[in-house]
Write a protein that binds this ligand. Structure first.
Ligand code: ADP
Ligand code: F6P
Length: 359
């Protein structure tokens, strides 16, 4: 078993409900193994500013119920530079921090890799509402964010029903349409616009018009913030609202869920997933492993090499650089391609299903 004096935990990038449950699990599992735990406040910026607190069993008590992150978060652009990464490692040595668990998205994992390469073994835990990390089928915060969207859309549908209106609701997710797709399905939206699938605007508007003709009063369309702006540079969702009104005459309102879905008490799924991932991050470190991201694949927790996870992500997002695949075997590349095509196929399948039965 690897020996550690202290483990540092940080949360970085966009916060996500459930991050606290992960912090609690990492802290408790490490403490149980006689390892001291340091909470680094404000992500990599906090590391560079030496903003740290000792975490003990009591300090992480009750945080499992809280949204946000008690360790705070930040974006720290300077951590991309080697000079600052080296400074981060120096600070870890000064504070006797022998390993880091970093909770966040792919940017956060790049920071973790940098630390590992410079001698501080680090493990990443996927925490982002977007569920946009290809190597894992689940990221902490996704379920809570979607449930928040769900209650907002259900409420909007009621007022639409009363006023015989349509409402277009735009949801976060950066370039990933998962939140929009799932919540669109779960609320019975008549139109769903996500960046992964070419959106047939005419068909979407026809569906809304046809539903209205058949007597449906409350009409819902869910759009992803990742939709490309129109040729005139207009936000897609706002444009869609105008097009619906212009083409059909249906009174249409617009709502943007925004950051509301980043907060709130984590759902049971997020608490349990975060607990499993946090616990596993520590057992991996104790087993001498590092530079891994703790993924969820096929119903199981599965640690995956961070470099592999980052390249797989680039493959899925069509962002591969020239030598990205050089260190992988043909079998690995074939399996990566299969993961990407399965993921795309699954999104197409769900989208088609939602559209087939929406009205
Ligand atoms: P997320 O982790 O949610 O993807 P960001 O992309 O903003 O969010 O990344 C979070 C932080 O991770 C950044 O502010 C930066 O401190 C660190 N980071 C991002 N990219 C790198 C990189 N290439 N090398 C080292 N650290 C990075
Ligand atoms: O990655 C989480 C996320 O909430 C995205 O869905 C969204 O595009 C982005 O972060 C918003 O970032 P910020 O909190 O910097 O406004």
């Amino acid at each position: 078993m690897a020996k550690f004096r202290k483990i540092g935990i940080l949360t970085s990038g966009g916060d996500a409900p459930g991050m606290n449950a992960a912090v609690r699990a990492v802290a408790r599992k490490a403490l149980q193994n006689g390892i001291k735990v340091i909470g680094i406040r404000g992500g990599y910026e906090g590391l560079l500013n030496e903003d740290m607190i000792d975490l003990n069993t009591h300090k992480v008590s009750q945080i499992i119920t809280k949204g946000g992150t008690v360790l705070y978060s930040s974006r720290c652009p300077r951590f991309i530079e080697r000079e600052w990464q080296e400074r981060g490692v120096e600070i870890c040595h000064d504070h006797e921090i022998d390993a880091i668990v970093a909770i966040g998205g792919d940017g956060t994992f790049r920071g973790a890799t940098a630390l590992t390469n410079l001698g501080i073994p680090s493990i990443g835990i996927p925490g982002t509402i977007d569920n946009d990390i290809t190597a894992t089928e689940y990221t902490i915060g996704f379920d809570t964010a979607m449930n928040t969207v769900l209650s907002m859309v259900d409420a909007l549908r009621e007022t639409c029903e009363s006023h015989n209106r349509c409402n277009v609701i735009e949801v976060m997710g950066r370039d990933c349409g998962m939140i929009a797709l799932y919540t669109g399905m779960a609320t019975g939206a008549l139109a769903i616009a996500i960046p992964e699938i070419p959106f047939d605007e005419k068909y979407g508007i026809e569906k809304l018009a046809s539903a209205r003709k058949q007597g449906k009063r409350g009409l819902i369309a869910v759009t992803s913030e990742g939709m490309k702006p129109t040729a005139d540079g207009e936000n897609f969702s706002e444009h869609f609202v105008k097009e619906i009104e212009k083409t059909t005459g249906i009174e249409t309102r617009f709502a943007r869920c925004g950051h509301i879905i980043r907060g709130g008490a984590p759902t049971i799924r997020d608490r349990v997933m975060a607990t499993e991932m946090g616990y596993r991050a520590v057992t991996e470190l104790l087993d001498g492993k590092s530079n891994e991201v703790i993924c969820y694949v096929g119903g199981r927790i599965k640690p995956v090499d961070i470099n592999y996870a980052l390249i797989l992500d680039r493959m899925y997002k069509n962002k591969l650089a020239e030598h990205d695949l050089d260190s992988f075997t043909d079998e690995q590349i074939a399996s990566m391609r299969e993961i990407c095509s399965d993921k795309s196929a699954n999104i197409r399948r769900l989208y088609q299903m939602a559209m087939d039965i929406s009205f």
